[in-house]
Design a protein around this ligand. Structure first.
Ligand code: HEM
Length: 287
């Protein structure tokens, strides 16, 4: 390379370095990956536990004298003698053969609510499923307490998560930009990100932990007010399951947005903390 070429290269590197900021702190990155891993195993072991009694209820108890079930997934025998999977949601029946209730190839038919490939372990084993679930539940809760303390202490919670008046004022424009797939990279969360993250971190995660504790007989003795708060163990179980579905919906949108916004830059910021902001002179998105 010529001297002029070297100079131009050095200036460009300097400019690039100027556009790189430290975005996510160590506590944010560490806890993010702790709960991403924990939620993966919590989901699969949770479905193993659900399979042991594949129905959800509202109220203090379940029973044979009354029907307070809001969801059930089961194999049933059809009029022609064949067995099909049936999912009932709020009294409406759906044929879910092949996915829920009855799944797998003819020679290895599985008659559990969720198919074997979606559970940990993949065979029917409630005891191991519970051991895995409780291990990752404590890891998840520890990561959450760490995140909460660190975010209160370093200002992340107030600055980046809870939306303020200026965020709400910019909300209509942010929605329009998102619909046009135009994402700014200034290193700060926009109102939609703040709202989504606040819902996950300040509503879904605490609800998941508290309804989980409500289902534990040991906790019922220590903190009976949890049962009062959630209207009994069966309702707590239904809320626990519903929040799992909401987290899955968040996860799908979250991954989509990470890839749409520039996966390398976004991922690097959540792994190393370094994030490249838009060049104000060029106006193009950072990658
Ligand atoms: C169920 C699993 C996951 C949950 C619940 C979750 C949740 C979150 C939350 C709440 C934040 C904001 C954190 C904060 O600022 O304190 C965040 C940021 C982020 N997550 Fe995840 N995440 C999950 C999985 C993943 C995965 C698998 C990836 C990688 C493909 C990922 C990539 C990122 C990135 C790059 C950011 C920062 C992006 C931004 O600017 O908004 N996440 N995630």
């Amino acid at each position: 390379m010529t001297t002029k070429g070297n100079e131009a290269h050095a200036i460009e590197s300097e400019l690039r370095a100027d556009l790189t900021i430290r975005r996510h702190r160590l506590a944010t990155r560490l806890t993010h990956w702790m709960w991403a891993a924990a939620l993966f195993f919590l989901l699969l072991s949770g479905l193993q536990i659900f399979n042991a009694h594949p129905a959800l209820y509202i109220g203090q108890q379940s029973g044979f004298d009354f029907d307070n079930s809001v969801l059930s997934i089961q194999p049933i025998r059809d009029a022609d003698g064949s067995i099909k999977g049936e999912t009932t949601v709020l009294g409406r029946r759906f044929d879910t053969t092949g996915v829920l209730g009855v799944s797998g190839p003819q020679e290895h038919r599985s008659y559990s609510a969720f198919p074997a490939w979606l559970t940990v372990p993949s065979y029917h084993d409630l005891a191991t499923g519970r051991v895995v679930h409780f291990f990752f539940a404590w890891l998840f809760a520890t990561a959450y307490v760490l995140w909460l303390l660190a975010s209160l202490f370093n200002g992340h919670l107030g600055r980046d998560i809870v939306p303020g008046r200026t965020d709400f004022r910019a909300l209509p424009q942010t929605v329009i930009d998102h619909l046009r797939f135009r994402f700014g990279h200034d290193g700060r969360y926009n109102c939609l990100q703040k709202l989504a993250y606040a819902a996950v971190l300040l509503l879904f995660f605490p609800l998941m932990i508290l309804t989980g504790l409500t289902m534990s007989p040991g906790m019922n003795a220590a903190w009976p007010w949890l049962l009062e708060l959630f209207g009994g163990r069966q309702t707590a179980r239904t809320i626990h399951f519903t929040v799992m579905l909401l987290l899955l919906a968040f996860f799908a949108v979250h991954l989509f947005m990470v890839f749409a916004a520039g996966p390398i830059n976004e991922m690097r910021s959540m792994i190393t903390g370094r994030y490249r902001i838009d060049d104000p002179h060029k106006g193009g998105p950072a990658r």
